[in-house]
Design a protein around this ligand. Sequence first.
Ligand SMILES: Cc1cc2nc3c(=O)[nH]c(=O)nc-3n(C[C@H](O)[C@H](O)[C@H](O)COP(=O)(O)OP(=O)(O)OC[C@H]3O[C@@H](n4cnc5c(N)ncnc54)[C@H](O)[C@@H]3O)c2cc1C
Length: 290
Amino acid sequence: MRKFNYLVPKNLDEAISLHESYGARAKYIAGGTDVLVKVKEGKLASDYLISLKHILGQDRPFLNHETGELFIGAFITHRAIEKSSIVQLNYPILHDAVKNIGCVQIRNVATIGGNLVNAVPSADGAIPLIALDGKAHIYGTKGHRTLELLRFFLGPGQCDLAGGEILLEIVIPPLLARTGGAYIKHGRREAMELPMLGVGVLLSLEEDMQTCARARICLGVAAPTPLRCHQAEKYLIGKTVDEKSLTEAGRLAGEESKVRDSIRGLAWYRREMVGVLVKRMGLKALERAK
Ligand SMILES: Cc1cc2nc3c(=O)[nH]c(=O)nc-3n(C[C@H](O)[C@H](O)[C@H](O)COP(=O)(O)OP(=O)(O)OC[C@H]3O[C@@H](n4cnc5c(N)ncnc54)[C@H](O)[C@@H]3O)c2cc1C
């Protein structure tokens, strides 16, 4: 394995300043579950790995009861999100996703920030956070900036971070009343593997508890970046949420997807499965909203 220097800054500014000093020869590392695999495989040749995990910050998601916003620090591990009672109770769509990432050993060290910055189409953390209208809070030499999480993803392995910027946290706006959501990672087997599809559905109901007030339908591994199915979402608004409307929403989502043939599945099958899984997750979301 190629040798590297492991740097341990005490705070964000020190981390950014180290990154500035070493430029292209440096790379941030959080849990290391992606970075170290790449170093071992010879795909990453950084001379300096700058650790972010020693920087003090949030160790679990924080719900601001006054504003209703949920703050998820980028350095929080998947396991801490999975164990959070706030997430289990109020954000089951996120819980569905993180509890199935890798295995418990991976979830104990891998961070949500690393998952998002890595920006692979199969990143399980991205889909529920986009469905929840998450915003990315970023910090760099030019200060703070915030952007819609959907816009954070630019292409496979590419995200909207300029040299040395750090993803600080994801902020989830208050949930509408009567909201339920569900996520499924679909693959050929239960054991650890890259998914063939990731499907997240978040539905908010009107007071009658059956009419759709707002819908979010998001897909992973269905395009080079996470995808929101706007036509399918629009179709559901004002409709009774049931098997019939969700079947049509699933069909529309399949049409909107940009699935292609790959070693893990053929495009036609994936498109069919988008329909099946949107309906299945929609029914689960409905049950949870109720
Ligand atoms: C066996 C195994 C199974 C896996 N299973 C899954 C799975 O089921 N689903 C899934 O989605 N992923 C899976 N992964 C991928 C990986 O575990 C996740 O993407 C993980 O969340 C990455 O987080 P990390 O903290 O380890 O990132 P790191 O490896 O430390 O970093 C990843 C990238 O993000 C950058 N980075 C990290 N944090 C920040 C930050 N806050 N600001 C700026 N840049 C940052 C790093 O420079 C690097 O480019 C698996 C990996 C392994 C090895």
